[in-house]
Design a protein around this ligand. Structure first.
Ligand SMILES: Nc1ncnc2c1ncn2[C@@H]1O[C@H](COP(=O)(O)OP(=O)(O)OP(=O)(O)O)[C@@H](O)[C@H]1O
Ligand SMILES: [Mg+2]
Length: 222
């Protein structure tokens, strides 16, 4: 199982959107079995982006969480009602840490090929927990377009990941448009590979993420 973290230096740049659509594309076009770990324990968004409004379906069996299958991908998220009272988790000041630990250690993902981890808005305790509990195979940085500001943010995240000896597979320029473009060369600035440009579109489609899914397979599976 390849474990890939989708992350960014700030909120609202499209981490959840890119994570979910790429997971759907990997599944639809390349037949890979994918799980998504929604690491945003305060504001879980993965089910919303998947279009799942039904809070049932996530199960606990023999003290293991069994992901819910939504549109062909397996999902673990605080959104689901079983998380309202999971017995092996005690609420307290370390709440986020406890849930993340459970999400990393106590899930029966089955035979998935890829585990995608959707990060919360900032470099929070949740991400530190993920890096501590899961040996990720690589991270993908999400930038808002091609701006100086997003590149500066990505540099910070990149250096944090390097500090923890984590590989960064590359970056995605999301919401690419004239609004988010300073005509800089992010590949040169970051010393990383651009994996995709995802346009700013009112209605995103899974096929827009097909190339990105293919690139991930090429990099990860060799
Ligand atoms: N390429 C795109 N084109 C148009 N809208 C987009 C695109 N990508 C994301 N959005 C929209 O931007 C908003 C933020 O996206 P998303 O929730 O995926 O960001 P995020 O980085 O996960 O945010 P957070 O840090 O709060 O978790 C959403 O309303 C989403 O629909
Ligand atoms: Mg999000």
């Amino acid at each position: 199982m390849y474990k890939i973290l989708f992350t960014s230096s700030k909120g609202g740049v499209g981490k959840t959107t890119v994570t979910v659509f790429t997971a759907l594309a990997l599944n639809r076009y390349y037949n890979r079995k994918v799980g998504i770990l929604d690491a945003d324990v305060t504001d879980p968004d993965v089910p919303r982006v998947l279009g799942d409004r039904d809070r049932s379906g996530l199960q606990v069996k023999d003290f293991k969480l069994i992901p819910k299958i939504v549109r062909g991908v397996r999902v673990i998220s605080m959104y689901y009602e079983v998380m309202d009272d999971v017995p092996f988790i005690i609420y307290g000041k370390d709440r986020a840490e406890r849930f993340i630990r459970a999400f990393c250690k106590d899930v029966d993902w089955g035979d998935i090929d890829y585990l995608f981890i959707d990060s919360p808005p900032t470099t929070t305790d949740e991400i530190m927990g993920i890096l501590q509990h899961l040996d990720i195979d690589g991270a993908i940085l999400i930038l808002q377009g091609n701006t100086k500001q997003s590149i500066a943010g990505a540099k910070k995240v990149y250096s944090t990941l390097k500090y923890f000896n984590k590989k960064v597979l590359g970056f995605v320029c999301n919401m690419s448009s004239i609004f988010f473009n300073d005509n800089v060369d992010p590949e040169k600035e970051l010393g990383l590979k651009k994996l995709a440009d995802i346009p700013l579109e009112r209605k995103l489609r899974i096929d827009m993420f097909r190339d990105l899914a293919k690139k991930i397979i090429e990099i990860v599976e060799g």
